[in-house]
Write a new protein. Sequence first.
Length: 465
Amino acid sequence: MNHGTRVQAECRWANLKRRFRADAAILRLLSFCVAAALLIPGISGAQTATDEQRSARKAANADPTLAPDLLLSGRDMAWWRDAKFGIFVHWGLYAIPAKGEWHMFNDKVPADEYAKLAAQFNPRHYDPDAWARLARDAGARYMVMTARHHDGFSLFDSPSSYGHYDSVHSAARRDLIAPFVTAVRRNGLRVGLYYSPLDWRFPGYFHPRELPENARLLKQQTYGQVEELMRHYGKIDILWWDGGWLAHRGTDADAAWFWEPDKLNRMVRRYQPKIVINPRSGWQGDFDTEEGDRPITGPIRMRPWEKTFSLNRSAWGYTRDDNTMRVDDVIVLLVNAAVRNGNVLANMSPDPDGVVPAKQVETLRGIGAWLRRYGKAIYGTRPGPLQPVDGVYGTTQSRGRVFVHVLSWPGAELRIPWNGAVADVRNLSGARLAWRRGDGMLSLAVPRESRGYPVTILEIRRASR
């Protein structure tokens, strides 16, 4: 944006603020109306759900036919599918009140009042190298950082941010994304950036047709900031969209008329031709997403997909209670994703000073210890050849080997359909195993003392023909 255009935009923004001096009140009223609508029978199928909960339930809601020419090839997606495990980082002003990343909206904090947190945001112990080392030790192959969440505050130097609402103009007085990108690359991980197009500071987000000029300025900010992220930080491997839907209603595809996600993602591709993009802008994306720590069930999914959840069950952002997931719970989700063609993106929640809570560190290191032992059954694999049986087993395969991930034993042995020749079966979880073939089945028996927890992993080597 040139200087003249910038001045004109800021003048329009100032006029809008004078016109809507009660922006905070409007936002609170709109928030109330949205919440009330969810409680009125017939308005929504989930009448009692909060906007935050409805956001979490979003799945494959983008237009599956939009701009197929923007999709990456299977070859360009291979590294992401091989990686299997990534670390998400939710961090911003919301870490200070420690009430989660939806604090501003859920607690109806006026935008001007919430913005005062920027004067306190000066993370004394921010060490992105330590974060990247922790992710690497956890067995992650990529990291995704919240460059900007729904509250509108950016963790990077952003001339396109209205009101200079970014880390450079906070107490931190520096760009916090640049050192993150450098640290992640330095530690051998792929780099991902999260960006939310919406901004709760703009009443036009909730009423784009009624407040078109305000909505236009919001959209202009989105395009400008995304261009900044794609241009100024070198090669970026993942763009993780979130919150494209309007007024927290409907789906990302429903909001496509406003955001024009094909146009937006074409701009992204101009700067980052091979970047892997998720579908939450309204465009179909290179992979599907599923949010939350609910159990993963069902057959192998045709499209690559990613299960994302927060290690802190209380929120994605930092909270003081930090109800942290156990190592075993994360491992089960990782296994159930891998056997169904999916990845896992597990979120950590640094505190206002940039320190990852000790319980989350403990869980991540536990996952890393498990992956160091069983990584060959996860990394670089593809699902199959057998369809998973919910709560019992699933399979991954790589280079002539099939890995059976046994979640529970239905009896003394597990019988799986198998018609091919078998050279050998190994128990990667213990010393003892008995197996036999017959009647199109492969019978596998492992005594309790040789089973793994929470998963027993068996390696089948196919016989060469």
